[in-house]
Design a protein around this ligand. Structure first.
Ligand SMILES: Cc1ncc(COP(=O)(O)O)c(C=O)c1O
Length: 482
């Protein structure tokens, strides 16, 4: 199903934004204190193994976890087994998995046919040799077939590295310096991109340990504010110009603030007008929205595309950069004197294991139509959540773009940082979001930070039924309006 996409119908962006605005302006509606005490008791009573491991981990691992997404309230669960739509913790509790490792496991967790191909490869070559392996080429050819704008492809170690390489290539190719991003978007944790994270307008708020010089040429504009982007590009003209505009094509933080249907084409037109490269960060959307990526869905051709997550099918070292051959040639390995080269590297970049995992996973997605099935599951999950919210008269907001569903209950990420009245709300709203995540978990559903749900091909109607019943048990225990 290479021509089919996961998004069955484009949701009404303005209606979603209006509903989110109403939610963020209302007092919070958390889980009742009595029920929350019960949920916290679940973790003490049923997750003793995880708790003990966490106590030990806190001594040797900063914060007790290696991965931001694992940092769940009241303490991180230690996962022992993953299969299809389910996870099992070390205490044997089973959960429906809507975290999906942050997005890469579109085929479901620990998908057998890909695992078998990888085991076979490991028998032959082991995970890495440092020399060329045919799977590097096979993956690059496959991505080019599915996304023709990716004329050349370079596999790297992570989405963060892909973004780093994209910015370096754009600056080398255009001989310009400024990089413009959408406020609130996440493009990994490189020195120049820890800027305007999570919430638009926050600029360098989270840039601890990063000298100003690293992000002084990074700029943000507000989501959907195409006029604001034009103003920035015009101003930059007097200062040497803009090397690239980078966007998450569905909107910052995987559409936590969704963009309009026209947004990407509008940004493309401005990039053409100002001779600026357009970078699509398809770390989440690549293959999940469709085999042609978000660029295929929107019919917008970026100059460069950043890959991550699905590009290695849930296996390690998931990152890459692809795009126009003339721009990508700036990354050519080897020394060619007199030609500017954007330096990239990585001992484990493009190792056979990651390339084969990506190659076989993407072929399996194509064979099974996993992206479409996961999108249908997302539609059903979102519709189910909307019905539960309406049934109980709650102010919460659920919306989805195919297999990416958002469930906003506290709307902490939607707070207007420019509004001094809103600022004191951020801490309690963040706490509420964490509590919601804990409540869903205690009812048997793992989410991404209590507010985002990725679906996979493994999410059958039966799995969705089980998950929706769990959400309803939480929604039945929400505090009434003050
Ligand atoms: C849109 C986007 N870009 C880049 C990244 C960074 O990718 P990685 O975590 O592989 O470095 C992420 C990670 O979640 C992402 O969601």
């Amino acid at each position: 199903m290479p021509d089919e996409y996961a998004i069955s119908a484009w949701p009404d962006t303005h209606a979603i934004l209006a509903a989110l605005d109403r939610l963020v302006k209302q007092p919070m509606r958390p889980v009742t204190r009595a029920k929350m005490a019960e949920y916290l008791n679940y973790f003490d009573a049923k997750c003793a193994g995880s708790k003990a491991l966490h106590e030990r981990a806190r001594q040797r691992i900063p914060g007790g976890v290696q991965h931001n997404l694992a940092f769940n309230y009241p303490f991180p669960l230690a996962i022992h087994r993953a299969d299809g739509p389910y996870l099992w913790d070390v205490d044997g509790n089973r959960y429906v998995d809507f975290l999906q490792a942050g997005g890469p496991t579109l085929l479901g967790s620990n998908y057998g046919p890909v695992r078998e191909a990888i085991v076979e490869l490991l028998r032959e070559s082991g995970p890495v040799t440092g020399l060329f392996h045919e799977y590097e080429l096979k993956l690059a050819e496959l991505i080019h077939r599915l996304m023709p704008a990716v004329e050349m492809f370079r596999m790297l170690g992570s989405g963060t590295e892909g973004v780093l390489a994209a910015i370096r290539a754009a600056r080398t190719f255009t001989d310009k310096t400024k990089i413009v991003k959408v406020g609130g978007a996440y493009h990994g944790w490189s020195d120049q991109m820890v800027f305007a994270l999570h919430v638009p307008g926050t600029g360098a708020m989270e840039a601890f340990g990063i000298p100003r010089g690293c992000y002084k040429d990074t700029q943000e504009f507000f989501p959907n504010d195409v006029g604001g982007l034009r103003t920035l590009l015009e101003k930059n003209e007097a200062k040497g110009g803009t090397a690239a505009v980078i966007v998450e094509p569905l909107g910052p933080e995987s559409a936590t603030r969704p963009v309009t249907r026209e947004f990407n084409a509008q940004v493309r037109a401005l990039c053409d007008e100002f001779k600026t490269l357009l970078i699509f960060d398809e770390v989440v959307t690549g293959f999940r929205v469709g085999l042609g990526g978000a660029q295929g869905y929107f019919g917008v051709k970026p100059d460069l595309t950043v890959f991550g997550k699905c590009v290695a099918g849930g296996y390690p070292a998931a990152g890459g950069l692809g795009g126009r051959a003339d721009v990508m040639s700036c990354l050519a390995a080897g020394l060619e004197s007199g030609k500017p080269r954007a330096y990239v590297g990585g001992t484990l970049s493009a190792n056979p294991l990651s390339c084969a995992a990506g190659y076989f996973s993407i072929l399996e997605i194509e064979r099974t139509g996993a992206h479409v099935l996961a999108g249908q599951a997302g539609d059903k999950l979102c519709r189910g959540l909307q019905e539960l919210i309406a049934k109980r008269g709650l102010p919460f907001v659920a919306f989805n773009h195919g297999s990416i569903t958002h469930l906003e209950t506290s709307a902490v990420m939607l707070l207007d940082i420019m509004d001094p009245n809103a600022l004191p709300e951020s801490k309690p709203r963040k706490m509420m979001m964490e509590e919601m995540g804990a409540a869903f978990m205690a009812e048997g559903v793992v989410t991404l930070a209590g507010s985002r749900l990725y679906t996979s091909m493994a999410d059958t109607d039966e799995v969705l039924h089980e998950a929706l019943a769990a959400f309803d048990r939480v929604f039945a225990n929400i505090e009434p309006p003050a």
